[in-house]
Design a protein around this ligand. Structure first.
Ligand SMILES: Nc1ncnc2c1ncn2[C@@H]1O[C@H](COP(=O)(O)OP(=O)(O)OP(=O)(O)O)[C@@H](O)[C@H]1O
Ligand SMILES: [Mg+2]
Length: 386
């Protein structure tokens, strides 16, 4: 039994234009997949090179109606050209070319009128090296890729800009000191070197943040899980701020007793807590309240039950908070609300780390009027303990 694959017109679905797939796939018994449900364009040609399937996404991408091309030879239905203007089907000759070919990798090709489209093809043969029985082509618009390319270009521009100002200062002060060393007093020299030192630290930190971001964006952020005492970690962070001169009355820590276990990457959790507390102190005001409590999280998609126990950490302050209209943007990179802001990467990294742990993070207006950030981490116990 094959999977019924036809066009969206019911009259044709069981008629001559039916293009049954190889079947049955394991577990796919009776699963009828309508090609119009596919997110990508799908074009199928039969053993004579005539189009037998042209789904809705293909029609949208090529701006051609399926009814107008069904039954036509492929080179008329889908007259693709490569970037040098050569006709793609003549060039690749899927029906006559090497019988060992199994397909074409994804390529950027042009439709009539110069519209770009990403095309890949699979050659379905009767038997290996046998004649082509079916040519299956998938089409994708290039907008999404273009958009991500544009966002990369913007990222590079922003990074260059962020690096330039501290480096300009480093360069300026070192050049001045080298040129006129004798003319400055020790105090002046010390002041300049302190500025150079601070700016060099800023560059180092920015680069560390950028490396984190590239790991987050490429899904390479590694989480080394071990049991974490999050209450102790919160205590350490508060202590560090108090040691740095903030009054201990600035912080209020509430730890619930019935906390579940937490398996997480302790260094990364430190990074999250460090950022949220630093933000509350730097951008917020008044008392910073940190609450650690048990919580239920939306469990992983494949779990039998859809809820899972976890730990919720809430950091709230009594400052100006985040304006309602900006709440959706605080977790994006380089967004900063005021001039006092840093690089605006902190919360993006925090969100990336929390999500790499399978958790979630949200922001809202706290009871004291300021910002309230809450992240929830699932227990995350390794499988052998489950
Ligand atoms: N507790 C808070 N109260 C008010 N505004 C906040 C708070 N936390 C964050 N913000 C706003 O969100 C912006 C983004 O925060 P984020 O931590 O991402 O960057 P940053 O603190 O400016 O720089 P970085 O953390 O990279 O040094 C901040 O610039 C600030 O305007
Ligand atoms: Mg920050």
């Amino acid at each position: 039994m094959g999977m019924a694959v036809g066009t969206s017109r019911p009259a044709e679905r069981h008629g001559a234009l039916l293009c049954p797939m190889e079947g049955p796939a394991p577990g796919a018994g009776g699963l009828g997949i309508d090609p119009d449900d596919l997110p990508d364009g799908l074009v199928v040609a039969d053993e004579h090179g005539r189009v037998v399937c042209f789904n809705a996404a293909a029609a949208r991408i090529t701006a051609v109606r399926a009814a107008d091309v069904l039954g036509l030879p492929l080179e008329h239905a889908l007259p693709l050209e490569d970037l040098n203007g050569r006709r793609w089907w003549t060039l690749t000759d899927p029906y006559g070319g090497l019988a060992t070919r199994v397909g074409q990798p994804e390529r950027n090709l042009l439709l009539p009128g110069g519209r770009e489209v990403l095309v890949s093809a699979r050659y379905v043969r009767e038997r290996p090296t046998g004649p082509l029985r079916r040519l299956v082509i998938s089409l994708r618009g290039t907008e999404a890729r273009r958009r991500s390319e544009r966002s990369h270009a913007e990222l590079i521009a922003t990074v260059a800009h962020e690096l330039r100002s501290p480096l300009t200062s480093v360069k300026g002060f070192t050049a001045t000191l080298l040129a006129k060393w004798e003319r400055f007093t020790d105090d002046q020299k010390r002041l300049m070197l302190e500025t150079v030192d601070a700016d060099a630290s800023r560059v180092t930190r920015l680069i560390a943040e950028l490396l984190d971001i590239s790991r987050i964006d490429s899904g390479r952020l590694e989480v080394r899980r071990q049991p974490v005492d999050i209450a102790a970690a919160v205590g350490r962070h508060v202590q560090a701020h108090v040691t740095n001169g903030h009054g201990s009355d600035r912080f209020l820590v509430r730890i619930r007793r019935d906390l579940p276990m937490l398996w997480a990457d302790p260094d990364k959790i430190d990074q999250v807590l460090g950022n949220l507390l630093e933000n509350a102190v730097r951008h917020g005001a008044g008392t910073v309240t940190i609450e650690v409590a048990p919580a239920t999280t939306a469990g992983p998609a494949d779990a039998e039950c859809d809820e899972e126990r976890g730990t919720a950490v809430t950091v709230s302050d009594e400052g100006p908070g985040i304006p309602e209209e900006s709440m959706a943007r605080v977790f994006t990179r380089f967004w900063r609300g005021s001039k006092r802001g840093g690089t605006g990467l902190g919360l993006y990294i925090v969100k990336g780390i929390v999500e790499a742990h399978g958790g979630t993070i949200t922001v809202e207006r706290g009871p004291g009027g300021g910002a309230q950030f809450r992240f929830i981490l699932p227990v995350g116990a390794p499988a052998y303990l489950a």
